[in-house]
Design a protein around this ligand. Structure first.
Ligand code: BTN
Length: 247
């Protein structure tokens, strides 16, 4: 579905979660446009697998992109990976060297700098996409120590402060381009960029999927975005969803 390239903006000083707000208000948002919901402060930010997402007022970028796609679009499963690609391009534009930890975390110097949460709601005959990103922009060392996994920020790496609005606008410009590529050509058209920026490629990893854990060498990405793991027995296993336990 081609979208009006202008974006509607909604900004909150304080909200529980921009994703939760978008999910609860999907019925009043324009299904033919992209709405970008941002917040200075989130009091109940959410991550994947019901994890908490910690953000810091005026230092973290908290944004949710809401838009609609036709129901059962084959690329729905790739929307979070798509935003990780756009984020990677944007951080590269700003002089960083990001990697994508499959499926959609962004790492700088092997530490997480951004996370993405994609949720789908049904809106009449369409699927409403609630695509949230949390990016540690000006987060400082004291803030980072409150995060329960190895994390970093643009500020900590570059030793300079970044304008949150400029960072958001740059990310959105890449996202608009990448979304129209995904809609017209599918994930295959973005696959090589994704794989070139894959973290842990050729390295031993453990992937957790529900109660199961599987270890092997991080091999490659399928044309549809799954992870191929090579086991000790030289078997290639395809994993569609999960989390890499290496930090
Ligand atoms: C993850 O790494 O597990 C995903 C983190 C996603 C965080 C963003 S911040 C904006 C949006 N609102 C939320 O509550 N979550 C996402």
């Amino acid at each position: 579905m081609s979208k009006d390239k202008t974006i509607n903006y909604i900004h909150f000083e304080t909200i529980d979660s921009t994703n939760t707000w978008a999910k609860n208000h999907a019925s009043i948002l324009d299904p033919h446009k992209i709405t970008c919901i941002t917040a200075k402060e989130q009091t109940a930010g959410r991550g994947r697998f019901k994890n908490q997402w910690l953000s810091f007022p005026e230092k973290s970028l908290c944004a949710t992109l809401y838009f609609c796609v036709p129901k059962n679009s084959s690329y729905i499963q790739n929307l979070a990976q798509l935003l990780s690609i756009s984020c990677c391009k944007s951080l590269t534009h700003f002089g960083f060297t990001p990697k994508i930890k499959w499926p959609n975390d962004i790492l700088l110097n092997e530490k997480k700098v951004a996370g993405i949460l994609c949720e789908i709601t049904q809106v009449e005959e369409l699927s409403g996409v609630v695509l949230g990103i949390g990016l540690n922009v000006n987060v400082d060392q004291t803030n980072i120590e409150q995060i329960n996994q190895p994390a970093t920020s643009l500020f900590l790496i570059s030793k300079k402060e970044w304008n949150l609005e400029k960072v958001l606008q740059n990310l959105l410009s890449y996202f608009l381009e990448d979304l129209s590529t995904l809609e017209s050509k599918g994930f295959q058209a973005l696959h090589s960029y994704y794989e070139e920026h894959l973290a842990f490629k050729g390295m031993p990893i453990t992937v957790k999927n529900g109660d199961k854990q599987v270890s092997g060498i991080c091999d490659s990405i399928s044309p549809l975005g799954s992870l191929f793991l090579k086991t000790k027995e030289d078997q290639k296993i395809e994993i569609a969803t999960g989390v890499i336990l290496n930090s």
